[in-house]
Design a protein around this ligand. Sequence first.
Ligand SMILES: [Zn+2]
Length: 83
Amino acid sequence: MADCNETLRELETFLDGELDAPARESIQAHLGGCLDCLQAFDFHAELRTVISAKCQNDQMPAGLLAKIELCFGEDFDGDGQVG
Ligand SMILES: [Zn+2]
């Protein structure tokens, strides 16, 4: 079974779903008996949920990109130099 250090080190990989089955089972077994690591995992898992939900809601308004390009278009004359 993984210890606390190993569990926390694999936390992001675990949440990415990129651990192989034996490593995942080892982590899950540790989480079943270690409240500290379980809370750390819960926190990171929730953080990911919040971030992904926010990213999906934050779509760039139509036309904004065009306005931005227009602004830059006045400063950049095509060769990458300002002015
Ligand atoms: Zn632990």
